[in-house]
Design a protein around this ligand. Sequence first.
Ligand code: ASP
Length: 327
Amino acid sequence: MSSSQSTAVTKPRLIILTTGGTIASVNGQPMIDGPALVQAVPDIAEHATITVETFSKIGSSQMTPAHWLRLAQRINQLLQDDPGLSGVVITHGTDTMEETAYFLNLAIRSKKPIVLVGSMRSANEISADGPANLLNAVRVAVDENSIGKGVLVVLNEEISAAREVWKTHNRRVETFQSAAGFLGVVDPDQIRYYRNPIHPHTYQVPFELDKVTALPKVELVMDFTGFDPAILTYFAGKGLDGLVIGSFAGGRISSGMLEGMKRAAEKGIPLVIASQVPEGRIIGYPSYPFPVVFAPDLSPKKARILLLLALMKTQDTKELQTFFERY
Ligand code: ASP
């Protein structure tokens, strides 16, 4: 090829779905819509050709399982309709980002990078972190080493796996941490990975949501000293499909919770115990006088997400336990 002929390098193509959150907010002003959010970071265009879609404009504390379902179905449809897409970036509030990330980690049927990004400071604050986080999320989404790693969370130049990441601080930009550590980092010159997730995710999971119109109803109740069993009597009467209990360390529960769970078990409600303690595994499941599933090392919020998906496969306690050992 003559030197005068230049090969036009086609940039990877991404979809950016915006949902709201602090990354899209200017203190006291309504949420910035998708196109404006992306236009505020012109460097993105050096890395990818972007299509923007405003999915919602809500604080992530307003997210619901219905939003998760619609978001997963939209992403699966986009990836199926356009095989040339390199990946998807989702801008999202940080309050429930870890939950949406884990739901998508179990619902997206693709190896392509799905990257959630948010910010701890709004756009008008000094040293707002949103623009850099969004640019870094795009860089991660187009990096070939991000393929097959499941759903990722990118903030503060750190790349986290959806299954273990959680929000640890009300204010600091380094709020997202994982007991298992980061998957990698975003350096100025390259995306650097140090490990892969080992729990099955995305293309490796059996949950088919395309035709689902509503998810099972699963609630979460935290145990505490002096727990009143009447709280679970209330829930047991609400037609739940499943109930997750945030236990003390080791899967231990109060006597009030024990009584409450007995009543829920009598109604045939599948019960899952996950520890409120953020790190470590429940070792040696305690025995209780009713069928109960244990989440060895999932947070109560993520145990709820796995349960509402697993219930679409089985209500059997023993079979549910295999899901919690695997995902
Ligand atoms: N402060 C949250 C955020 O960082 C608000 C939200 O989650 O929507 O995005």
